[in-house]
Design a protein around this ligand. Sequence first.
Ligand SMILES: Cc1cc2nc3c(=O)[nH]c(=O)nc-3n(C[C@H](O)[C@H](O)[C@H](O)COP(=O)(O)OP(=O)(O)OC[C@H]3O[C@@H](n4cnc5c(N)ncnc54)[C@H](O)[C@@H]3O)c2cc1C
Length: 557
Amino acid sequence: MVSPFNQPPPVLGNTYHSDPVLRPWLVRVFSARALKAIEPSLERMGAIAGEELYPLSLEDLPNEPELVRWDAWGNRVDRIELTRLWQRAERIAAEEGVVATAYEGEHGSLSRVHQFALAYLFGPSSDVYACPLAMTDGCARSLLDAKNGELADQVLPHLLSRDPAQFWTSGQWMTESTGGSDVGLSETVARKDEHGQWRLTGRKWFTSAATSQVALTLARPEGNPPGGHGLALFLVRARDEQGRLRNIRLERLKDKLGTRKLPTAELWLDDTPAELVLGMNNGVKNITPMLNITRTWNTVTAAGGMRRAVMLARDFAKKRFAFGMNLEDQPLHVETLANMEAETAAAFHLSFEVVRLLGKKEAGEISDEEMKIWRLLTPIAKLTTGKQAVAVASEALEAFGGAGYVEDTGLPTLLRDAQTLPIWEGTTNVLSLDSLRAIAHTGGARELLACIEAYIEGTNGDEALARAGSQALDAATRALAWLAEAQTGGRESVEAGARGFALTLGRATALACMVRQAVYSTPRGDAHPRAAAIRFARLGVNMLKSTDLEEARLLIG
Ligand SMILES: Cc1cc2nc3c(=O)[nH]c(=O)nc-3n(C[C@H](O)[C@H](O)[C@H](O)COP(=O)(O)OP(=O)(O)OC[C@H]3O[C@@H](n4cnc5c(N)ncnc54)[C@H](O)[C@@H]3O)c2cc1C
């Protein structure tokens, strides 16, 4: 019998070695000595991600977490059985310090960069285990910023442990059925019992990583006013010594489009014991350190997911034969992949710019100007890369033809998982409005413009690169001119155009960072950053669109 043709599937090797963007960026940012010190951990993580976890994720594909509500004797247990990969990922995350590295501070402000480089490599092979790590990191940061010594002493050693037996993760229970964007509408109530113990009652509507040992959450102490100001920030220790939930019912797991390995639950808090983290109100403000960290994780996860999609599509193009040649030789396919590569490189540079600033902030090395830029860029980078991630994942599936649409290739997961990135931790609209708030309260627009101007210097005689740089500066300048003009039309005009404004600043900043890398790398013999910058400029950075609210209202009835 003639055996039919079987297409060899894509494979990954060590994803640290095969990433064309990460190492050149690290070489520019780290001293040679510091890079030598951190590189073994990145090489190890690249091997774990590409050679151990990726094949395991394919084997584990059909398995999903399961909620076990009752034991054999009728006791309500509300236990979540995790997938094989998640159990492995938990150990790796602890041992490799995917959270801890940022706080161990071996390389000062660059410890944050080191940690997020690990997260960038680990994330795409972790079946979304990056999500609990993001919240764990956010919880650690929040406890430190709250200066709640007692809680920090008890909880941080677990959140930052490298011993899997000691390691805890944290959840973040904010969203209620009344709203995830407008959490000021939260209905959960906090009251003190006769022993002075705070107890929370209410329903938390989206709680990812419901297996976490602790969670930060918001509740309204009885008698407090409505709105975000009246909420307070609490820490819940979800389980007792035996691992049983403490007055918490797991109502059900969400049946989600993607991130299906991540157990996201609806919880009912029923007089759940909790500890006040900081003050009796201002909960939304006090949980901001958590949001800044999880938004940064979201940004880096988007860049990592895009890199994974491009790596797989690139490998497939080397092996797939059509119309007389491999796809990697078909001009239109090459163009398609190169556009994905340019978007991916842009997402990387924007993400790690935010990470670099975050590291400086945490190490107390940030200037006033950089602080304003960091505040402004955190939501902008999250929303920009969230949109890029969905577009690149979609293109990657198409690059595989029909195989990209078939479940047991594991490829559809790329797209489904990417779709959560623009939603959770602030949708595109909500973060666009947040970027306006940042400018109104702390400024940052002028400082960002100056930063872009500085980044695009040094293109000496390279006309194409200089044009790309000018395009970044021009787009950002136009965005700020648009804002000034829109402000004369009042709140509605500004809000209606906020998305185009924020996306333009995001893409312009990414392009400026790419030009800066190209200026560094080109004389050192690496042509990739220059090509990526010029191509990204061609794909367009100015996303400003004229708006017409009257017409929009007519259209949506
Ligand atoms: C996979 C997944 C995991 C999640 N895990 C968690 C978790 O662990 N913990 C947690 O707390 N939450 C979690 N969430 C919830 C998530 O953070 C919220 O869904 C998100 O913040 C949006 O809130 P919402 O669903 O209430 O939508 P809404 O707030 O109702 O928003 C609906 C739409 O209205 C738009 N909108 C809202 N306000 C405005 C405005 N002023 N102007 C213009 N547009 C506006 C939004 O952009 C959005 O498109 C998770 C969500 C997903 C999908």
